[in-house]
Design a protein around this ligand. Structure first.
Ligand code: GLY
Ligand code: MN
Ligand code: MN
Length: 446
């Protein structure tokens, strides 16, 4: 069977062979199949096409768990695992070839082509799913599904099965597998970051010539598309001045104001893999003294936390340390007053640092991998995990408790970090973040 990669390198711009091989998908399916209880069936559905308005649709994006197990990009598809006492088989259901549908919505692989490309035990048309499922579920005691909170689907599943001892959501099994990234996955994440780097650098250079936040957003997303990342990993945040103090600001419609900072949180998705980068840059090339003070403080904390990352460290330890360091930093700048320990105990720092230090990243920007084991214990860092480190300070312009000079400043600095055997690798260290580097880029003409 030819490798899936022979079909999928749609954007192999730099002629890198970075896509996930069929062998790797086989390995994933084997790992999951072995975990299933004897006499069970597991059902994984593709994502549904979502309506934007009336009869227009959002671009289709495959469900991450389904994609992780199958590598199949189309909608109207199901992957099932059918396990007997020990052995299991995998079956894929795909939309049939249909000339009218394809005229409007584009070509489908169809069963025959999918059979050439996907390493499963058999492939059928999607329409045959109900009948095949009912047949395969006879005599099975355990059903696994991944419907999230779609209770209607679970109910339907329960109605079409009999004498079943357990129904279990399989998502957490797959999401636990997704925690440790393979070499190919890391390559794809690096590729996404390399495109995002170009976009952030372009924004740094374009800021002083731009008038509105959305113009910088356009520059950033132009670079994404131009380089083969046809999607953002999340909606870009381009927040000038006080807008940076709205954590999920995505309107991006304000005028850029000379002398203010722009918080840009933007990352592309490349072949399903995310990047998630924040830089806080000046509109007109330079940081004021007050902006520099807050920026250097946040940057110092970010570097300290990254330096802590190595196997067996807990994310909660990174969180705790980031809170201590940011609190200390805010005291030294006079943003908070008092004893650091007491302030932490009273959670005073939370007002200005209200979010987490970072999250898993991979097929999803907030990769849905667990943070705790089933027994409730926290999962320690292991080589192959990828997480963001993104401390931030948000000083609202209306907060009269803050020294005047700092009001209206919002700063976050975010990088994507790979845990390695020896410690960690900052995958996005190639993106300017020292004031000197940013200022140099901002001052160049583009
Ligand atoms: N861009 C989303 C986040 O930083 O978590
Ligand atoms: Mn993030
Ligand atoms: Mn982000």
């Amino acid at each position: 069977m030819p490798a899936i990669a022979t079909l999928l390198p749609l954007y192999d711009i730099e002629k890198e062979h970075v896509l996930i091989s069929e062998k790797e998908y086989r390995k994933r399916k084997t790992r999951l199949g072995r975990k299933l209880k004897p006499f069970s069936v597991a059902v994984l559905f593709s994502a549904v096409q979502k309506t934007r308005s009336n009869d227009t649709e959002y671009p289709y994006r495959q469900n991450s768990n389904f994609y992780y197990m199958s590598g199949f990009k189309e909608d109207s598809a199901v992957l099932i695992f059918v396990k007997e006492a020990k052995n299991f088989k995998t079956y894929l259901f795909v939309a049939k070839k249909d000339k009218t549908q394809e005229l409007w919505h584009g070509k489908r692989l169809g069963v025959d082509k999918a059979k050439e490309l996907f390493d499963v035990d058999d492939i059928f048309e999607f329409d045959a799913f109900n009948e095949k499922f009912k047949k395969n579920v006879v005599g099975k005691h355990h059903i696994y599904y991944d419907f999230g909170l779609d209770y209607a689907k679970v109910k339907l599943l329960k109605r079409s099965t009999k004498n079943v001892l357990s129904y279990e959501n399989i998502a957490s099994y797959i999401e636990t597998m997704r925690l440790i990234k393979s070499k190919s996955e890391i390559k794809l994440i690096k590729k996404a970051i390399s495109i995002t780097k170009k976009a952030h650098h372009k924004a740094m250079k374009r800021a002083k010539k731009s008038e509105y936040e959305y113009q910088l957003q356009a520059d950033i997303e132009y670079v994404f598309r131009k380089n083969g990342a046809y999607s953002d990993a999340y909606t870009s945040i381009v927040a000038c001045g006080n807008a940076a103090n709205t954590l999920h600001y995505i309107n991006n419609n304000k005028k850029l104001v000379q002398g203010e900072l722009i918080l840009i949180d933007a990352g592309c998705e490349y072949e399903y893999y995310a990047s998630d980068i924040t830089r806080t840059i000046p509109v007109n090339g330079g940081y004021t003294k007050a902006q520099t003070e807050v920026y250097e403080m946040v940057l110092h904390v970010q570097k300290e936390i990254i330096a802590m990352i190595k196997p067996n460290v807990f994310r909660s330890a990174l969180q705790k340390k980031s809170e201590e360091l940011l609190c200390q930093g805010m005291v030294s700048l006079g943003i908070l007053n008092g004893d650091v320990k007491t302030l932490i105990k009273e959670k005073a720092h939370k007002k200005y640092y209200p979010h987490g230090i970072g999250h898993w990243m991979g097929l999803d920007v907030h990769d849905e991998c667990p943070y705790k084991k089933l027994n409730g214990n926290e999962i320690p860092l292991k080589p192959g995990m990828v997480m963001t480190i993104e401390p931030g300070i948000y000083l609202d312009e209306e907060d009269e408790n803050i020294p005047n000079k700092y009001r209206g400043i919002g700063i976050r600095i975010e990088d994507d970090i790979l845990v390695t055997k020896e410690g960690c690798e900052n995958l996005s260290s190639c993106i300017a973040k020292e004031i000197k580097e940013i200022t140099r880029k901002s001052s160049s003409n583009l």
